[in-house]
Design a protein around this ligand. Structure first.
Ligand code: ATP
Length: 320
């Protein structure tokens, strides 16, 4: 293998730059050449390449977002687009590709591997919703951002004896809501992995906390459960507590990556290049019991990951 490409795809996440940097520097130090591919698979199809040297990834480890930009690309979802991408790789001497993104991006990487360009996926998404890996790049930064924001909300909710309903990211996964809910002392945590019964899961908990003397409440809701405003309205209508909602939205995707995200991104970037140098493709890099491992993409995509049930139990136990 002589030259590899690296791209970021799907939603951005803090730490993607640290992963790009690790891929570039590992490859260069192993004697490979690296092409940075702009705008994900769309840029691959448009041949938006830049030659990456040791210094082209200077000053990016601490930056959020992705210097290669990211995009969603419909053309690449079709077989014709995948074959075209493979031909472009051959024409430009790209012998392997590192794709930093989520499940959708890995499906694309699998298709491209199957037509002859070996690809390695690296999980980059703030939701930690990639089943094969206990950790995804961006997760720690996003959670720390939530904690910082909710601590501020808590000051004002406390002063006014209010309830603050906070909607955090997570359409299908409640990892952010659960962990930040614990860290922020939420009275109620709602995650999409569990059925939501307003009386049982929300109102009864708030009433009980009230009986225990609590006069301000944080309700942490993953976006997959429902809209913060609707949940706030249920609380207002049934308890009379002054309730406000806050939707944190895309601030969760930004900011300088934390130490953990930088270190994991670096480990995963290194591992991805090691696989390509051994002519291994069609794999996703993952974390298992704290170690960096890899799985065949197909196997990775078929895996399932649940919510941390013990953590939920703890959260419910101490929310009084
Ligand atoms: P996230 O969920 O964190 O935003 P993702 O990687 O899952 O990340 P998607 O938008 O699903 O984000 O996928 C990114 C790109 O990967 C798509 O725009 C498309 O080019 C490619 N892709 C997605 N699904 C497939 C597929 N089934 N086959 C081939 N390519 C795909």
């Amino acid at each position: 293998i002589g030259t590899i490409g690296v791209l970021t795809s799907g939603g951005d996440a803090p730490g993607m730059n640290a992963a790009i940097r690790a891929v570039v520097r590992t490859a260069l130090s192993k004697g490979l050449k690296v092409k940075g591919i702009m705008h994900g698979y769309a840029g691959l199809l448009n041949e938006e390449f830049i030659d990456m040297g040791m210094r082209s990834v200077s000053e990016i480890i601490q930056r959020g977002g992705t210097v290669l930009y990211t995009a969603r690309c419909l053309e690449f979802k079709e077989m014709a687009g995948v074959i075209k991408a493979h031909e472009i790789c051959e024409k430009n001497g790209i012998d392997g590709l590192v794709v930093i993104g989520g499940d959708g991006s890995f499906r694309g990487a699998q298709d491209l591997s199957n037509v002859g360009t070996p690809c390695i996926g690296i999980p980059g998404t703030i939701d930690n919703d990639i089943a094969c890996s206990e950790y995804t790049i961006g997760y720690d930064t996003a959670m720390n951002t939530v904690v910082e924001m909710v601590d501020k909300l808590r000051d004002t909710a406390n002063s006014h004896s209010r309830c603050s309903v906070v909607e955090v990211m997570g359409r299908r996964a409640g990892h952010i809501a659960l962990n930040t809910g614990i860290a922020c002392g939420a009275a109620v945590i709602l995650v999409p992995e569990q059925d939501f019964d307003p009386e049982r899961d929300l109102l009864a908990r708030i009433r009980y906390a009230q009986e225990c003397g609590k006069h301000h409440f944080i309700v942490m809701v993953a976006e997959g459960v429902g809209k913060a405003e609707e949940i706030a309205q249920i609380i207002r209508d049934n308890t009379g507590i002054d309730t406000r909602k806050t939707v944190l939205g895309h601030v969760q995707r930004g900011g300088s990556p934390t130490l953990r995200d930088r270190v994991v991104a670096t480990q995963m970037g290194y591992h991805a290049v090691e696989l390509l140098t051994q002519n291994i493709g069609n794999r996703v890099v993952a974390m298992k019991n704290g170690e960096i491992v890899d799985y065949e993409i197909n196997e990775a995509l078929s895996m399932k990951k649940g919510i941390e049930t013990k953590l939920l139990e703890i959260a419910h136990c101490i929310s009084i």
